[in-house]
Design a protein around this ligand. Sequence first.
Ligand code: GDP
Length: 444
Amino acid sequence: MFDTLSDRLTSVLTNLRGKGRLSEADIDATAREIRIALLEADVALPVVRGFIKGVKERAKGSEVSQALNPAQQVVKIVNEELVTILGGETRRLELAKTPPTVIMLAGLQGAGKTTLAGKLAKWLSGQGHTPMLVACDLQRPNAVNQLQVVGERAGVPVFAPEPGNGVGDPVQVSRDSIEEAKRAQHDIVIVDTAGRLGVDEEMMKQAADIRDAVKPDEILFVLDAMIGQDAVTTAEAFRDGVGFSGVVLTKLDGDARGGAALSVREVTGQPIMFASSGEKLEDFDVFHPDRMGNRILGMGDMLTLIEQAEQAFDQEQAEKAAEKLGTGQLTLEDFLEQMQAVRRMGPLQNLLGMLPGAGQMKDQLANFDEKQLDRIQAIIRGMTPAERADPKIINASRRQRIARGSGVTVGDINDLVNRFFEARKMMQRMAGQFGGFGGGGGGS
Ligand code: GDP
């Protein structure tokens, strides 16, 4: 699921890499590509519109992070907008203050309600709850039996009308089940209801009657992510007919385009709470909008890098350094600070490895010696503040002292000091040519 969408988004955003600056035209072109990718994935049109508007406004707006380059910023914005349409925060089950908590399942036939009942029950048992399943799908032959099989696999009891009592009244069964749960001390009741292949009035009415009888704490609308465009209309019908407090996406293991499922939260206003991704009881999890967003964007490593860069980045320090660069006043102290800021993001080897396209650099990376950086840091730390500000004043005997103190040779110190002077001279020359650089402006 989402593979095609994921590939498309990744390639659109990868095209931005290497651009030092994004023009309005770049952003518009990118937004257009994203729009096509979303529409092709079956995301509902109003959702696509809102998404694109958000991305454009933010990418063109004043939201400029000094820690990120323009391409990274767009990736970040797209990722955040994706997480937003998926619901933002993870939504947990609301448990009743006085048990039993009643969870009612609603959805079309074949959506995966019965299977979900078992998954949910098993998951809740694992957390120390004592759930009970209730068979209120009395329409479909074999539905009760199917729930019993599922209950057995999940190791939880199933409340169902006695066989031989005719078809039975699902509303009465649901009502009785609450009494039974109280008696047998089940703290959670999961009510499986009937579904039809298409939405119809009778089914809605029955679901609404069950709802009124058991007053559920949660009504979960179970949605087959494979049904494509119909997902949105079905969700709307259930919202209007029964109402629900959360959505469960099923069959996420399928190869449908999945975009309709991406629209359901935005269209109905209710959060996706669980995801089901297979026929086994274990193929089930709490739905985390952020993780799903990252998965869809398929740029997990890039996003990690962005997060780390933002955390490690100290705006004030960087501006100070940029200003000094412009006037050629950089000191070893600044150099040390910058180096520490970069290293706070983790070992350089990992850092570089996360950059897209770093593949070819793998060999060089493997030989990169982090100890060299340790050595440079140790040398600078061994200097006095005055020496860091102006390394010219470090005479021969001080060089020997610093070398002894930091476990390096005098040659290492000479190397560092000479390279520093050269770098500073070059910056002064460039500053003269270009009238200064840095001092704020787009980060990189
Ligand atoms: P119900 O009519 O809503 O109760 O749906 P069922 O629970 O009977 O599920 C209908 C079919 O979908 C069954 O064959 C299930 O095994 C299958 N199914 C349910 N959930 C998933 C899932 O997450 N992935 C896959 N691949 N199949 C599922």
